[in-house]
Design a protein around this ligand. Structure first.
Ligand code: ATR
Length: 264
């Protein structure tokens, strides 16, 4: 039986096993997908296990998307450009790091028919998924990308990867068309982001990378102020879709049933 993993720390919240095992069963594959909590000093052995064929593929989540890179033999162009890996695959005996968060975000945005061209994007946070959101936003033609993080140093590190982004001081709200919560604030039902959105006006898009809970206080506020709101469910499904296709060579189906798997 072929074994696949998602690694992270913490990892309990991850719904990747539910989604991948659903598709594995649906396609009659002899495989299993599990989650594993790791520490930094476990990464080397994990890669050895992939080389030996004991593990066929790995998804990578917080906090290893960047720290896994030195252990890999090669990177896809997207992983290289974002310094971020969320999918690992053994190809021609080489352990290759890919980034399917980019296509996940892009496809999710195309699905809600929001046109990014010439739009001002305001990103909150500087964690693991932010470089992928920036990369996709540039690709989709946004005119301006702004990023704000409580710890400014981490936002500066991201600005060093992408030159043309603006830093916004945590607490300030610039003029924008599209705001994305990419912080971990909202994972707990009572979490509130201490930013004042009351003057932003209507008809913007409020997007939360968080999909569980399906409506964070951030999205609730956006809706109350008269804006379009969307959670990260489709982004999550589409990044998994691309990883599945890479490993198994099959495009899994996405329908109401798939979406329901993530309703917790
Ligand atoms: P990591 O930072 O380890 O990659 P992440 O979940 O991808 O983890 O990112 C967490 C994000 O949520 C960070 O941008 C973090 O801000 P800091 O860099 O200042 O830690 C942000 N975050 C978490 N708790 C927060 C809080 N109470 N207020 C504001 N931002 C917060």
């Amino acid at each position: 039986m072929k074994k696949y993993l998602v690694i992270g720390n913490p990892i309990n919240h991850s719904l990747s096993p539910e989604l991948h095992n659903h598709w594995i069963k649906q396609n009659g594959l002899d495989a299993i997908y599990e989650k594993r909590k790791l520490d930094n000093n476990d990464l080397e052995n994990l890669i050895l296990d992939i080389k030996k064929g004991n593990i066929k593929g790995v998804n990578v989540t917080v906090p290893f998307k960047n720290t896994i890179i030195p252990f890999l033999d090669d990177l896809s162009i997207e992983a290289k450009k974002t310094h971020s890996v969320n999918t690992i695959h053994l190809k021609n005996k080489k352990v290759v790091g890919h980034n399917t968060d980019i296509t996940g975000f892009e496809t999710a945005i195309q699905n809600i028919k929001f046109d990014f061209k010439k739009k001002k994007i305001f990103i909150l946070g500087a964690g693991g998924v932010v470089p992928s959101i920036i990369y996709a936003s540039v690709k989709m033609g946004s005119s301006e990308i702004m990023i704000s993080n409580r710890t400014e140093r981490k936002a500066i590190e991201i600005k060093n990867i992408f030159n043309n982004i603006k830093l916004v001081k945590w607490g300030e709200i610039p003029d924008f068309d599209f705001v994305i919560n990419a912080t971990s604030l909202g994972l707990n039902q009572d979490d509130k982001i201490n930013l004042d959105f009351n003057k932003v006006g209507e008809n913007k898009l409020f997007y939360d990378v968080i999909y569980n809970p399906s409506e964070t206080n951030f999205l609730r506020l956006g809706k109350k102020l008269g804006n379009k709101c969307e959670n990260g469910k489709l982004m999550f499904i589409y990044q998994a879709f691309s990883a599945f296709k890479l490993w198994h060579g099959i495009e899994p189906s996405i329908n109401e049933e798939t979406i329901k798997i993530l309703d917790r």
